[in-house]
Ligand binder design. Structure first.
Ligand SMILES: [Zn+2]
Length: 529
């Protein structure tokens, strides 16, 4: 008997060593104590909080690499049913960018489906547009991102970690801003969260994921917790900041909360009509940064392909605007493809390298043997430049407005091992041309022009022009064909009209990075009105 007990004890020690990772386990255990203890956390059945959120977007700045754009100020009330794994958030969001407006809506996130009641974006899906009142099921991408962030910010995450020692690995010390923090990795699904702990208090202080950003490649995304307060016996961080590569892009302040308040069951229910056919949470290469940060500016298209609404269209397509001039449409963001004698020119590289790979494939079919030699970026914003790597990888030269060259040099030198659409390689020697005023590409027959124009949207913004087709290309200062013209020019349109005049060109039509294509004369006729 004695011997059996001894063997059993050894076996238990071995099991615990193999699965519990003592140091990681000790950190988690200490944190659970600091948060109020395992019993208090296990007693949390529902948690309600309310507060405010402020958000900023670094890649919608006026100057490339310049100050972040303040985008939105929100008020929210959230309630979580812990055992059901369901959360409802009622939002009132006041956006400052790209235009001032407010959206009031509700999100419900459950383990198997997500739902939005109300209008939460200018990039509305077909389902949202056709539902009365407006509502839609979340895409699997958004659901996965929402679930990840709810778990990261959960008041009971550390208890979940304590109960799943097999998913913990000690991560050693992680250094942030010169200070070393003991850390553990926690695997949840196909995600890994690195949790850093405060040496003094034992509390979790920073929860990190390693994300892919379409501009900066491999990035860190951290939730930084502080200002801990007790809510009904459980400690909750009342200041929560997200840092993208060390820059604060979101700040939440919790103004109050309640543990185990009564929650009506229908509050967390998704209506049957939206639950049926709702996407399951996406797995694998979820473009978290795209999904999360497009919501920062209230323009997210909630679809399982970031480039287009899968419920509205079968995908991207080419539309011929003139001989050898193709508009890449079908999604939220467009490019222009221009055929030269022995090569191609592309204006704008929107969304992702997936999008660019589609354009490259369509170009190979349409114009066999003609490589894309130049990519002209109208401006540096993440939604129109996030697919440059795929073109750079094909050997294309990048053409950007004056003052943008250094920015893209840094962007193309950044590692991108987590890019789901392009294998890592060295793009740091990609040729970059800056356009001070005017740049002409010619093959002896066709000319293609780029003009830098003064404008309120982005420093160094370029417009394109194909003289033989009398076709211009503009992004974000005018979306041709997107709607009726206003009674007078808005600042972006006025900049375009002034820029066309200064350039001395005479476009008959403009194609857009958004919208479609429209005659130019009616726009120009608004000048001075
Ligand atoms: Zn823009």
């Amino acid at each position: 008997m004695k011997r059996t007990a001894f063997v059993l004890a050894i076996a238990l020690v071995l099991v615990s060593c193999a699965t519990m990772q003592p140091r990681g386990h000790a950190l988690v255990s200490r944190a659970v104590q600091a948060l109020g203890g395992a019993d208090a956390l296990a007693g949390v059945k529902t948690l309600s909080t309310k507060g405010t959120v402020r958000e900023w977007e670094p890649e919608q700045s006026i100057a490339a690499g310049g100050e972040m754009r303040f985008t939105c100020e929100s008020v929210f009330e959230a309630v979580t049913d812990v055992s059901a794994g369901a959360t409802r958030i009622d939002w009132s969001r006041k956006f400052a960018y790209p235009a001032p407006r407010s959206f009031t809506f509700t999100e419900v996130v459950t383990p198997t489906a997500g739902y939005v009641a109300g209008i939460d974006s200018n990039g509305r899906t077909k389902q949202s547009l056709e539902s009365n009142p407006p509502a839609h099921a979340m895409s699997g991408l958004r659901l996965a991102a929402a679930q990840r962030e709810l778990r990261r910010a959960s008041a009971v995450l550390l208890l979940e970690m304590l109960r799943n020692p097999d998913r913990l690995t000690a991560a050693g010390d992680v250094t942030v801003a010169g200070a070393a923090y003991p850390a553990v990795d926690y695997r949840a699904g196909d995600q890994t969260l690195t949790v850093l702990f405060d040496r003094t208090t034992g509390l979790p202080t920073r929860l990190r994921t390693l994300d892919y950003d379409n501009v900066w490649g491999d990035v860190t995304y951290d939730l930084v917790l502080s200002d801990w307060q007790a809510i009904d016996g459980v400690r909750v961080a009342t200041t929560r900041k997200y840092e993208l590569n060390g820059r604060v892009v979101s700040e939440t302040k919790i103004a109050g909360g309640k543990v185990n308040g009564a929650v009506a069951s229908d509050l967390l229910a998704i209506p049957e009509a939206f639950k049926t056919g709702a996407a399951k949470p996406a797995t694998g290469a979820v473009p978290y940064q795209w999904v999360i940060r497009r919501q920062f500016i209230g323009i997210y298209l909630d679809s399982d392909v970031p480039s287009y609404d899968t419920r509205a269209t079968s995908g991207l397509r080419l539309v011929e605007l003139a001989p050898g001039v193709q508009h890449v449409v079908g999604g939220s963001h467009h490019s222009l493809l221009v055929e030269m004698r022995d090569h191609l020119i592309v204006f704008d590289a929107p969304v992702t390298d997936w999008h660019s790979n589609w354009v490259l494939g369509a170009a190979r079919t349409k114009f066999p043997g003609k490589p894309v030699k130049y990519v002209v970026l109208t401006h540096h914003h993440m939604d129109h430049a996030g697919g440059i790597r795929a073109y750079a990888a094909q050997g294309a030269t990048l053409i950007v407005g004056k003052g943008n060259g250094d920015h893209f040099k840094r962007v193309l030198a950044a590692p991108f091992t987590r890019n789901p659409d392009l294998a890592a390689r060295d793009l740091s020697r990609t040729p970059i041309v800056e356009v001070a005023e005017r740049h002409v590409i010619t093959d002896g027959q066709r000319e293609v022009h780029a003009y830098r124009i003064d404008n309120p949207h982005a420093d160094g913004l370029l417009i394109g022009y194909v003289p033989d087709a009398r076709l211009g290309f503009a992004t974000d200062i005018w979306s041709p064909g997107a709607g009726p013209l206003p009674d007078k020019l808005n600042p972006g349109m006025a900049a375009l009209v002034a820029g066309v005049k200064k350039a001395g060109i005479s476009p008959a039509r403009f194609a857009g990075g958004h919208g479609s294509v429209a005659d130019y004369a009616p726009l120009a006729a608004l000048e001075g009105k």
